[in-house]
Design a binder for this molecule. Structure first.
Ligand code: R5P
Length: 298
């Protein structure tokens, strides 16, 4: 009989790990972490690992977590892991996919290759792929699985709002908006966006009737919140009855929630890819189902 895969997790993702392990009938193993006074990290993994190992690490605030993954993945190999999967519900560094100016690092390619060198498989949710078509182009690993939060967010929106208008705040969001709208027959459209800086965006609304509509802005991620805030201000000025926000990844840097609230946004919903009080749907069952494809005993 094959042994069950073990799902290794860090303390700050214990709840998320427990949900995935329950859904996928996986064993759980905690990675203990110690930070030395100089900032270095020491990890300790469970001593006896099966050959099938999954490491859960969502990659918001990614810089230290990438070092953790380097240490954890290589230690797991030393301890006998042969089939090693990364579950990164949020996969960072995907937005910088070209050098916009000479000399810029193409972070997507560099981080993608780094992860591909450590793992046999990578599972993620709604990675921000714009100019590449498949996750495997960004993370050239044997099994690269891309899941989406859009269907579950669509179900939530259908339960919360009557006849909503689903809007993407920019053209890149069209993929998620179309998918969510198709599931429930929602009206949908996308805005156009020009970014002038980290917190400065110019949004143009689509040419659709907005008066009295309950609008839900759907996107893969909100970071500073300025994109959805600017869209919400324009929508309310144009006569929308309400504006809510649904995102897969609640990055919400700094005062993002306040920025969104001050723009008149009513509710903010997110998936549990990043742990946040706005989490309204769980990706655990979807992730567990994907794991059976790459960890056959799962
Ligand atoms: C990029 O196009 C993403 O889909 C989001 O629209 C963007 O990251 C949001 O950033 P912020 O919340 O900082 O405006």
């Amino acid at each position: 009989m094959k042994s069950k895969p073990v799902l290794l997790y860090f303390a700050d993702e214990q709840e998320s790990a427990a949900r995935i392990a329950l859904a996928g009938h996986l064993n759980l193993g905690k990675i203990q972490s110690h930070r030395f006074p100089d900032g270095e990290i020491k990890l300790r993994l469970p001593e006896s690992l099966s050959a099938q190992v999954v490491i859960l690490r969502t990659l918001n605030n990614p810089n230290e977590k990438l070092i953790e993954l380097l240490l954890a993945a290589q230690t797991a190999r030393d301890l006998g892991a042969r089939n090693l999967t990364l579950v990164a519900p949020y996969l960072s560094y995907m937005r910088q996919d070209v050098a916009f100016h000479p000399g810029e690092a193409i972070s997507q390619r560099i981080v993608g290759r780094f992860l591909a060198g450590l793992f046999n498989a990578v599972i993620t949710v709604d990675p921000h792929l714009h100019r590449v078509a498949t996750l495997q182009e960004a993370v050239p690993v044997a099994n690269a699985i891309m899941l989406s939060g859009a269907p579950l967010l669509a179900d939530l929106i259908a339960a919360q709002r009557q006849n909503p208008l689903l809007l993407g705040p920019d053209e890149e969001s069209a993929q998620w908006v179309a998918q969510a709208a198709a599931r429930h027959g929602f009206d949908h459209a996308v805005c156009r966006k020009v970014r002038h800086g980290d917190r400065a965006v110019e949004v143009t609304l689509p040419d659709v009737a907005l008066s009295g509509r309950q609008v839900v802005l759907l996107d893969d991620v909100a970071s500073t919140g300025h994109t959805v805030a600017q869209a919400a201000r324009l929508l309310l000025t144009a006569g929308a009855a309400s504006v809510d926000v649904a995102v897969t990844h609640a990055l919400f840097a700094g005062d993002a929630l306040q920025v969104m609230q001050e723009a008149g946004i009513r509710e903010v919903w997110s998936t549990d890819c990043i742990n946040h009080p706005s989490n309204a749907v769980s990706m655990a069952k979807t992730i567990a189902a994907a794991l059976t494809l790459v960890q056959p005993a799962a």
